[in-house]
Design a protein around this ligand. Structure first.
Ligand code: ATP
Length: 320
């Protein structure tokens, strides 16, 4: 039975990380544990930037984006020496297990720390939803809603000018945000690296729909495709329709988390502490068929996640 645990956020931040930290802290305290907040991801473990948490430490944060523990990428933690320093810090505070909220890179770090005798449980925290073992990652819903709201605004102005908007959304290597926000914003096309696309066919379709009365064209491009500006230029050249590129960028990472992100973060945080309480580490928490489950970290990292090709085709079929 563990008596003392730590919690950290690592890698890219995501709305809902605070809700997860809150759940971890409050659950641990309810179970009679001591809980430490580790600042700036693995940097805080290496540099001894750690603070004991109480119920009030996490008051008023469930509705806040970002992460109260701050986040960082630590090159030093990737070295054996860095991991050993982290282990020493854990020993100093009596930290027996750590909840690591982050992405795949952070989970690799969690596996290393687990292998050095500090059992860790990873929680999937990234807006990109690009973690294979889970259908859902903390921050994904908020980011998609933010992108959708911004696209709605773009749609207003492009409609007024009969323009085409090419909008780049985040998602790292994956098209999950693109396909869902594409559906939600009534986009003509969704361009992701998972499905081949044909510029001439897109241009032809735009002109055909324009002839039938369509006034406003949104094309959502996933970050993984890149060259969004050139893409917009090419569309304009091929169609003669005025086309503007908008890269939504980091605004998608901020903002108050949605209900879904707060609830999932809370459930996952609770679950992580239950695992550590039983002395179980080297695990990643995920969601499968709407249930919270856990996997061995190596197994989780070796999994692949299917792209929703059907949704991609639905997006295009209902565009006009
Ligand atoms: P996001 O997907 O949001 O960027 P992430 O967790 O994948 O999140 P990374 O920058 O890849 O982000 O990883 C965060 C930190 O985890 C790194 O700075 C490093 O300290 C640690 N880490 C990453 N990869 C490894 C690895 N292979 N071995 C040990 N530690 C790692």
């Amino acid at each position: 039975m563990m008596k003392t645990i730590g919690v950290l956020t690592s890698g890219g931040d995501a709305p809902g990380m605070n809700a997860a930290v809150r759940a971890v802290v409050r659950t641990a305290l309810k179970k009679g544990m001591t809980v430490y907040g580790i600042k700036r991801g693995y940097c805080g473990l290496i540099e001894d930037d750690i603070e004991e948490m109480n119920a009030m430490s996490v008051a008023g944060i469930i509705n806040e984006g970002g992460t109260m523990l701050y986040t960082a990428r630590s090159a030093e933690f990737r070295t054996e020496e860095g991991v050993l320093k982290a282990v020493e810090t854990c020993k100093k505070y009596g930290i027996e297990g750590v909840v690591v909220i982050g992405g795949d890179g952070s989970f690799r770090g969690a596996a290393d720390l687990s292998a050095h005798g500090i059992p860790c449980v990873g929680l999937p925290g990234t807006i990109d939803n690009d973690i294979a073992c889970t259908e859902y990652t903390i921050g994904y819903d908020t980011a998609m809603n933010t992108a959708m709201e911004l696209m709605d605004k773009l749609s207003d102005t492009s409609q007024s000018h009969y323009r085409c908007s090419v909008v780049e959304v985040m998602g790292r290597g994956a098209g999950f945000i693109a396909v869902n926000t594409g559906v939600a914003s009534g986009a003509l096309e969704v361009i992701t690296k998972e499905i081949p696309y044909d510029m001439d066919a897109i241009a032809k379709k735009m002109l055909e729909y324009k002839a039938k009365g369509k006034q406003n064209f949104i094309i959502v491009v996933a970050e993984s495709i890149g060259h969004t500006e050139e893409f917009a230029k090419l569309i304009q050249e091929k169609t003669g329709i005025e086309t503007r590129a908008t890269i939504l960028g980091h605004v998608q990472r901020g903002g108050s988390p949605t209900v879904r992100d707060r609830v999932v973060a809370t459930e996952m945080g609770y679950y992580a502490v239950e695992l550590l309480e039983q002395g179980i580490g080297n695990r990643v928490v995920g969601m499968q068929a709407n249930k919270i489950v856990d996997f061995d970290i190596q197994e989780a990292l070796s999994m692949t996640k299917p792209y929703d090709e059907r949704l991609h085709h639905i997006a295009e079929d209902v565009a006009f």
